[in-house]
Ligand binder design. Sequence first.
Ligand SMILES: *Cc1c(COP(=O)(O)O)cnc(C)c1O
Length: 396
Amino acid sequence: MTLEEVQRLAQEALTPNYSRLPVAFVRGYGTRLWDTEGKEYLDFLTGIAVCGLGHCHPKLTAAIQHQASMLWHTSNLFHNPLQAKLAKRLSDLTGGYKCFFCNSGAEANEAALKLARKIGNEKLGGKWEIIAAIDSFHGRTYGALSVTGQPKYHHGFEPLLPGVKFVPFGDAEAVEEAITDKTCAVILEPIQGESGVRVPPDDYLPRVAEICRERGVLLILDEVQTGMGRTGKLFAFQHYAIQPDIFTLAKSIAGGFPMGAMLVKPEWAEVLQPGTHASTFGGNYLACAAALAFLDVMEEEKVLENVQQMGSYLMAKLKQLDAPIKEVRGKGLMVAVEFTEPIAPKVRDACLKAEPIGLVVNAIGDYILRFLPPLTVTAEEIDQAIEILQRAIAAV
Ligand SMILES: *Cc1c(COP(=O)(O)O)cnc(C)c1O
């Protein structure tokens, strides 16, 4: 199919809820993508932090191919060896958290919110209010949307879940002031991804964790974007000496195969007795096979070290750009450039159109470009991306 044919079908038959860029990819390998016309791109977005090991990593492809010929799905009415094995791996990596598997970030956050309410109602003496951050993003289902602090996503969908209070991100005292005797949980992203890679002060999460502990409030961390190595640790909370009561994963957990997970401290896990929550597809064989292979590659290829090194390298290179830059920020390979002028969408478009090789990056609003390359990205690929980006900025 040509791009025009794809666009015509999409126009005819898809709901118009996405504004798509005029390109359709048909193949990917590592950091590279190819479109319907055969043009090559460097992918510094990875499907929004989803393909953490790049596209079609041979180990992941082999794991899925093998599992696809064995067994796909049996439901959670039965035991599942791969799901049990994956849960144990994640549990060992977190010092004993217990896992619930689902299929997306929003679903993982739904599970977290439902669990927090149940703990609040049954164990904390009838608490049910939730505190969330302004400019947060937690997903599009009703619970997740209700704690998403961006009114533009709420419009037309009200009424939302009651009992949610929003406080400025990065201000621990604001969290403390917002807590009442009805507050059951605080939900935060360690770094706000969708609103522009907003990194809080270093003492923010430790201080919020301390306040939550003192006040008997649960801390939920949404690691859907920051988790699975993106920031240079497997989970972003491991940068700080803290342990959230609950945290959520999705995006890169299975390297590009749809999967979500909620992890909870063992002392709260018993609240989820049989029948309290469920997901038909959650933790199916294909997703678990991909997630196990993802963890294998993370260890075998020392991917976290690469994230730390290449993250610093990318940020240093971005700071050297000849461009109207206000700030370069991020952690690991979750990085953004904020311009002093509203050129981000134009730069993104020029990168995409660059010849002979395009560059895929994400614009957030008019001022911010976001970079989420594969965790396996190399210095040569970063050099090549920076060269394309510099030309795009000069042209704009
Ligand atoms: C992407 C994202 C979500 C939503 O995940 P979906 O899989 O789209 O439901 C939730 N929280 C954060 C922090 C995200 O980045």
